[in-house]
Ligand binder design. Structure first.
Ligand code: BTN
Length: 269
């Protein structure tokens, strides 16, 4: 990111949730740096952007292939929540991940007109292939969440995927003849996240759950699909039938039993 773009971003920061902006040409992982920088002060609103990562991390210990040309960003939220019905902390993390997915879909659409869809819980999908992902990590103080780091990766220009993911990955540039600017996409995503984060701060979590889940369902490519879900406790093959207001995936197994899954990974069959 050049100085002019960084200054533009700093100006945008004055109007939105950003409190601190960090850009590095190379990091191991923007999530790692965000966690490191969040140790001392109140980290709410910290944004870390890198041009490339040497140790990009995906969910469940997967590597996130991170050459130059794509978007790697981590956003730190430390919301003081107006919680009426004691939201379970896990479902807060889930809700923020789903909210971020919705924000990214809107941002990509606004900038490029490309329609990305959402695969539960955190995949950004085009034509059943992964164009991006979200890794939300949390740190606790005593037993409540101190902050959340939302790590966002979007494939923009990467056409040379490693053989291990070449059949499952795709980039935005494959869907337009126009050049997509990483910095413009950063702008759009931050503006879009700001819209939702404001709602989070102003309304009770119970009130906004429905809004996030409804919008997520509008963008989803999961419900109605035959799936295999691997959760911490079981593997289920069946049909994804709904997303609950908590963010849980509801799956009907082949034997007819219905399960509500809070966290896990999902494969389309
Ligand atoms: C996934 O789909 O498994 C999540 C991928 C998340 C990748 C992003 S890139 C920016 C941030 N830093 C990381 O190390 N990971 C996330």
């Amino acid at each position: 990111m050049n100085l002019i773009q960084f200054q533009r971003l700093a100006i945008l920061a004055q109007d939105i949730f950003i409190t601190r902006l960090v850009h590095r040409p190379v990091v191991d992982s923007t999530n790692n740096l965000a966690i490191e920088l969040s140790k001392d002060d109140n980290p709410d609103g910290l944004v870390v952007i890198a041009d490339k990562q040497t140790g990009g991390r995906g969910r469940r210990g997967n590597e996130w292939c991170s050459p130059e040309g794509n978007l790697y960003m981590s956003v730190v939220f430390s919301p003081s929540l107006r919680v009426s019905n004691n939201i379970v902390e896990n479902s807060l993390i889930q809700l923020i991940t789903l909210m971020s997915g919705v924000a990214i879909v809107d941002a990509v659409d606004n900038l490029t007109g490309i329609k990305v869809s959402l695969k539960w819980p955190n995949d950004l999908i085009i034509e059943d292939k992964k164009v991006g992902g979200i890794l939300t990590e949390s740190r606790y103080h005593a037993s409540s969440i101190k902050y959340l780091v939302i790590g966002i990766g979007v494939n923009i220009t990467d056409r040379a995927f490693p053989p291990s993911i070449v059949n499952r990955a795709i980039s935005l540039s494959q869907f337009t003849n126009n050049t997509i600017s990483r910095d413009e996409l950063v702008f759009e995503i931050l503006k879009s996240l700001d819209k939702w984060y404001r709602i989070f701060k102003e309304q009770e979590v119970d009130e906004i759950k429905g809004k996030i889940i409804n919008q997520w369902k509008n963008y989803n490519c999961t419900i109605g699909r035959r799936v295999r879900v691997i959760s911490d406790v079981r593997t289920i093959t069946g049909t994804a039938i709904d997303i609950a207001n908590s963010g849980d995936l509801i799956v009907q197994a082949e034997d007819g039993n219905v399960f509500s899954i809070t966290s896990g990974s999902l494969e389309f069959l």
